[in-house]
Design a protein around this ligand. Structure first.
Ligand code: SAM
Ligand code: SF4
Length: 477
């Protein structure tokens, strides 16, 4: 039975059960939530946006930063009220906690939150139908082992209708887990060792997505450019090789990948940024700190100079590259001078955007044990200074787009009638007046205004665009 062929309604057909999934954290979790919904769809679960109406509520949690677990417990307090109300109406609501908090806390969740029926770690989502069956029968279930089977072999693919609903830009996990063990990070413990999916399975998944209308694809993984899955020729393929293969799939117009580690930027990936037209000129390359002392304490395995060198090579290959990054301030032992090195790095590189976080000790990670923890007030002050610098560069990058014409992939209707929203090659949201029929299409747009969170533009006449493009090329843009 597939989702596209549900049982005919009538005698004997089970009532659909309503499924509410809330995702916390990164794109990887959003992707996992979609795969959970896809896997439960053939079992008769239909997604709802209303937790009060749900028969099954799944919180797909993130453990990466501060108070993540606490946020989940307070959400569970709210869910408990909904569960009690459902019980008052004679309805049983099953509550599941999935994701990295589930993996890290395990049994503890059942002890602290009596409303929870099922705790399931990220490696066991393919077992959800059976696990939920047990939970629905009244058992309290905890599943946080790392199973031997590959969950991707068992997880159901999305139906064409589900893919269409999710839009023209999609994610596909190509790699999971991490072997880098940065001293601040829980990922190697919650997601486990680095594993790459075979290229053929990724290609098959992308072909299905493309056939359902997906035009832009982001390959995701905690350490995506460490990808080394087995390829069609039986050898391990690099991420670059995989990108070239996926670019051949009809319908796929744009490719991105995230999140990368500076140490794993290979020569062929740099060459792909120069030579592969579908690969967008945008890259998220977390650096975390600009101080060599702190980078060493973080076990990042790269120096400031290494990072600058990689960025230099990437920019020589693709001068248009818009870079983004992640920063942590207040790592244990970070001095004012270390922090100034971080701000100097931001000024030197000029990121088009960046995320910055206060260091938060994660239980079980080496940095949490360090004695020189930085005062919260110092972290706050540093974060503010860093964010001001990042914002200045982001605004400057956006301002440099004014008057430029580039292709926008229109994704959905905008807030105002007649408006569509899409993405620039550099991942900025772009709003323009355009016919609804252009959703899913790439069209040249001239940027006319810069808003706080998005660019505004006007559709450019195609002939005008080629002239403008000619000018831009002649000007070396
Ligand atoms: N794999 C990526 C890399 O190599 O940088 C990052 C993965 S992590 C999911 C996303 C970001 O969360 C990190 O880049 C880091 O900036 C931040 N982060 C991770 N652990 C943190 C912690 N303990 N405190 C504050 N921020 C943290
Ligand atoms: Fe965490 Fe990224 Fe470091 Fe891996 S490389 S340990 S995911 S920060």
């Amino acid at each position: 039975m597939t989702y596209e062929n549900p049982p005919a309604p009538g005698a004997g057909a089970p009532e659909p059960r309503r499924l509410f999934i809330k995702s916390y954290g990164c794109q990887m979790n959003v992707y996992d939530s979609q795969r959970m919904a896809d896997t439960l769809a053939p079992e008769g679960y239909v997604e709802t946006a209303d937790p009060a109406a749900a028969d099954v509520v799944v919180l797909n949690t993130c453990h990466i930063r501060e108070k993540a677990a606490e946020k989940v417990y307070s959400e569970l307090g709210r869910i408990r009220k909904l569960k009690d109300a459902a019980a008052g109406d004679g309805r049983r609501m099953v509550v599941a906690v999935a994701g990295c908090v589930a993996q890290a806390e395990g049994e503890e969740i059942l002890r602290r939150a009596g409303s929870v029926d099922l705790v399931v770690g990220p490696q066991s989502y393919h077992r959800l139908p059976g696990l939920l069956g047990r939970a629905e029968a009244g058992e309290k279930v905890v599943e946080t082992e790392f199973p031997v089977e590959d969950k991707f072999d068992i997880l159901s693919p999305p139906s064409r209708a589900a893919t269409r609903k999710r839009g023209v830009a999609a994610f596909v996990t190509v790699q999971e887990g991490c072997d880098k063990f940065c001293t601040f990070c829980v990922v190697p413990y919650t997601r486990g060792a680095e594993v790459s999916r075979p290229a053929a399975k990724i290609v098959a998944e992308v072909e299905r997505l493309a056939a359902a209308g997906v035009r832009e694809l982001t390959l995701i993984g905690q350490n995506v450019n460490a990808y080394h899955g087995v390829g069609a020729d039986g050898r391990d393929w690099t991420l670059a090789r995989l990108l070239w293969r996926i670019a051949e799939i009809p319908g796929i117009a744009r490719l991105r990948y995230t999140t990368s580690h500076p140490r794993d930027v290979g020569d062929d990936l740099i060459a792909a940024h120069r030579d592969l037209p579908a690969l967008m000129p945008q890259l998220h390359l977390p650096v975390q700190s600009g101080s060599d002392r702190i980078l060493a304490a973080m076990n990042r395995r790269h120096t400031r100079a290494d990072y600058l060198a990689v960025v230099g090579r990437l920019r020589s290959a693709q001068p248009e590259l818009a870079l983004s990054s992640d920063f942590i301030v207040g790592f244990p032992g970070e001095t004012d001078e270390d922090f100034r090195d971080t701000v100097r790095l931001v000024e030197t590189i000029g990121f088009a955007s960046a995320f910055s976080f206060k260091y938060s000790p994660r239980p079980g990670t080496p940095a949490a044990e360090l004695t020189e923890q930085v005062e919260e007030s110092v972290k706050d002050a540093r974060l503010q200074i860093l964010q001001e610098a990042i914002e200045r560069h982001r605004a400057a990058f956006n301002a440099s787009c004014r008057g430029r014409t580039f292709d926008v992939l229109f994704e959905r209707p905008g807030r105002h009638p007649g408006q569509l929203v899409g993405r620039s090659p550099y991942l900025q949201p772009v709003q323009a007046i355009a016919p609804a029929a252009l959703v899913g299409q790439l069209r040249p747009v001239t940027v006319t205004e810069i808003g706080p969170n998005s660019l505004f533009g006007a559709l450019a006449a195609p002939e005008m665009t080629s002239v403008q493009r000619g000018r831009e090329i002649a000007a070396g843009a």
